[in-house]
Design a protein around this ligand. Structure first.
Ligand SMILES: C[S@@+](CC[C@H](N)C(=O)[O-])C[C@H]1O[C@@H](n2cnc3c(N)ncnc32)[C@H](O)[C@@H]1O
Length: 216
């Protein structure tokens, strides 16, 4: 009994430490997004899928219409509480309540591991649907990295999550968008960064590039 209690306490401490490390990575991940915005039209519409409490407006060009979409109303209340520019939308990432070709940029950070294998293709399918042609999706998430002790701990104690490999996530995005960039990088955990572009009618998906070693 005592052993079990100690084990549970230790697990919580490990989870707490892991959460602190994940939170500590936020500025680095946001920098990746900012560096990869590419060319955006003036006054772009940016959709943050699974946006939680939102991303800082300093990342986007002036005049951006920012939409923070999340399934969790508490997260969206946190976004509203920050009084930042943008609109909260409570919805499922796999059934976006937006018209097709309405968005210039889709951002999706640290969300895919919450989605099942049935939901993941729909995340990319829906993101591609709402993007304008030439519009891009920027995607970041932690990935499986069995060689990293912290990664093993993160995934072991993050119950209910769906960790995937960098290649698996790239392949899932490549079914809907042409991959422009694929980087693996590490900050306590291993992450994948993907940028995909929506092409014309003949341009769905495309051959997947190799990861950029400079990105690690
Ligand atoms: C780890 S948080 C990341 C939040 C934010 N993107 C960030 O990086 O700070 C994952 C978010 O995904 C949201 N989420 C999970 N499943 C979702 C779904 N099916 N549709 C929309 N949001 C979802 C959760 O509510 C949560 O806010």
């Amino acid at each position: 009994m005592l052993t079990e209690l100690l084990h549970r306490a230790a697990s919580r401490a490990v989870v707490y430490d892991a959460i602190q490390l994940v939170a500590g990575a936020a500025p680095l991940l946001e920098k990746r997004l900012a560096e990869n915005l590419g060319h955006l039209p003036s006054r772009p519409t940016i959709l943050d899928v699974g946006g939680g409490t939102g991303l800082p407006p300093s990342l986007w060009p002036e005049g951006t219409t920012y939409v923070c979409l999340d399934i969790d109303s508490l997260k969206l209340a946190g976004f509203v509480g920050k009084k930042r520019p943008g609109s909260p939308v409570q919805a499922d990432a796999t059934r976006l309540p937006l018209q097709g070709e309405a968005v210039d940029l889709v951002v999706c950070k640290n969300v895919s591991h919450h989605l099942t294998d049935e939901q993941l293709p729909r995340l990319f399918g829906e993101s591609a649907r709402v993007l304008k042609r030439g519009g891009r999706m920027l995607f970041i998430d932690a990935v499986l990295a069995p060689e990293r002790f912290r990664s093993r701990l993160l995934w072991r104690y993050d119950r209910g999550s769906h960790p995937r490999t960098s290649e698996g996530l790239r392949d899932a995005m490549a079914k809907e968008l042409k991959i422009q960039k694929w980087d693996d990088f590490a900050h306590h955990f291993r992450y994948v960064f993907l940028a995909g572009v929506k092409q014309g009618a003949l341009g769905r998906g495309g051959p997947a590039p190799r990861p950029d070693p400079a990105g690690s």
